[in-house]
Design a protein around this ligand. Structure first.
Ligand code: GDP
Length: 452
């Protein structure tokens, strides 16, 4: 989905234009909760053509903010997120010095800019638009955000400039995504029970085995259906069984895991929980984290884990030990299985579908911004409330990979003194977001941009 940012100095009518665009036809405003104070993004829908609009006016929140700082922040955000910038000027005011400096900044972004001359309410006022041509962004689009004049043409220009394709309705998109087999990488160290798990899933010796062209023979892909849903198991153990390589040798096992993880929608990290976590388990887990992949921790051989203790104690003990071992994979839900006895395979698939479903949501920009600002107010970072600490300006969720089965959210924080937002503090903010939107099994990318 393309994003159009509305930029311009205060009072040129950015919010009015935003409202117009968001209110067009059957538009749906995303962040209902944030409507009054920090309505920031919405979608503009014209038939099947949809784009997001971003009002930079609410950024920086209060009017006491230094103007130039405000302008720079807007440009920084636009630079990062937008595909097109609507540069709004006011025909009744003519070109001001702030317009001129903003023009310089916008030109440096190298993003396409559409100049919009607002408040062109009357014939007389429209005469004034010609002056703006000399700003170097071509002839301005004349609009009156308040009266609705010129908005249709503006949308047409936006759609043409961005070459916006017709969008499938959301439920169609979801249907299509869900129809594709979900790619599950079955990874873990030798003897953890990967082959046994694959067999337990298939309920029989492997049925349909096929090579995916273009991949090295690091894994076998097995297609299967479970509860009416399609899966593609990327089986890193199967190849060994075929090649009859000694279990103990396993020289290429790490490389093989890596290739499988990269191709997967979701990784099933199989651990021999009775044998305990080993170096190689941690290595594979680390790869999953580095590749930013959704993951479930499959605690296999649970039948051998303190078999004589009470069930409840066993689960508690397992959870405690493994959470500590895999503290860096805290987003991954944990499930105990016994592949050998085909136990909890159904539950594993319930969990897989939970991960898929949980990832489909997103947290509204208004809610997100309020949540982050409140959190920072109540629990400031390492430097407390000192003037040297960071200042969060704006947070937004950008998902780079839209059309994948399990999208991984990326939260971008725009801040001044950005370097002061430490990795640890970002992880804390992540935990706060997860209270609103748990998304089990899905890693959150958190990054900071802005002035140092
Ligand atoms: P892989 O190397 O990860 O593919 O591991 P395998 O599936 O070949 O399993 C290694 C050994 O562990 C085999 O002897 C399996 O029978 C055994 N095994 C696998 N899963 C379980 C389990 O859940 N419980 C028990 N008791 N043994 C298991």
């Amino acid at each position: 989905r393309k994003t159009v940012a509305i930029v311009g100095r205060p009072n040129v009518g950015k919010s009015a234009l935003f409202n117009r665009l968001a209110g067009m036809n059957i538009s749906i405003v995303h962040d209902l909760a944030g409507v009054t104070r920090d309505r920031i993004t919405a979608e503009c829908r014209r038939g099947p053509q949809v784009f997001n609009i971003m009002d930079t006016g609410g950024i920086g929140a209060n009017t006491e903010d230094v103007l130039t700082e405000q302008v720079q922040v807007e440009a920084a955000i636009a630079l990062d997120v937008a595909d097109l910038l609507l540069f709004v000027v006011d025909v009744t005011a003519g070109i001001t010095t702030i317009d001129e400096s903003l023009a310089l900044i916008l030109r440096r972004t190298k993003k396409p800019v559409l100049l919009v001359a607002n408040k062109a309410d009357s014939e007389k006022r429209r005469m004034g638009t010609a002056e703006f041509t000399r700003m170097g962004f071509g002839d301005p689009a004349e609009v009156s955000a308040v009266h609705g004049h010129g908005i249709n043409d503006l949308v047409t220009t936006i759609v043409e400039t961005l070459d916006i394709a017709e969008e499938e309705p959301e439920d169609e998109q979801e249907k299509r995504r869900n129809a594709r087999p979900l790619k599950l990488a079955i990874v873990g160290r030798p003897n953890a029970g990967k082959s046994s798990l694959v067999n337990a899933i298939l309920g029989q010796e492997r049925a349909i085995v096929s090579d995916v062209p273009g991949t090295t023979r690091d894994s076998l892909d097995v297609f299967c259906t479970f509860n009416g849903k399609n899966y593609q198991l990327i089986d890193t153990a199967g190849i060994r069984k075929q090649a009859k390589v000694d279990d103990q040798v396993e020289i290429f096992s790490i490389q093989r895991s890596y290739q499988a993880i990269k191709r997967a929608d979701l990784c099933l990290l199989v651990i021999d929980c009775a044998g305990g976590a080993k170096m190689q388990d941690r290595k594979v887990a680390q790869m999953i984290v580095e590749e930013n992949k959704p993951c479930i921790l499959v605690m296999n051989k649970f039948d051998l884990f303190h078999p004589h203790a009470k069930q409840k104690d066993r689960i508690e003990e397992l959870t405690e030990v493994m959470r500590r071992e895999f503290f860096f994979l805290s987003y991954a839900p944990l499930i105990a299985t016994s592949a050998k006895n085909s136990e909890n395979i159904g539950k594993l698939f319930v969990q897989i579908e939970n991960v898929r479903k949980g990832a489909q949501g997103r947290i509204g920009t208004g809610v997100l911004n309020r949540l982050m600002h409140e959190t920072i107010e109540n629990t400031p970072g390492p430097l407390g409330r000192s003037p040297q600490t960071f200042k969060l300006l704006y947070v937004t969720q950008v998902n780079e990979t839209e059309d994948v089965a399990i999208p991984v959210p990326h939260f971008v924080m725009f801040a001044n003194r950005a370097a002061k937002m430490t990795e640890g503090y970002l992880r804390f903010l992540e935990s706060v977001i997860r209270k609103e939107w748990p998304a089990p099994g899905v890693p959150f990318r958190m990054s900071v941009r802005g002035k140092q």
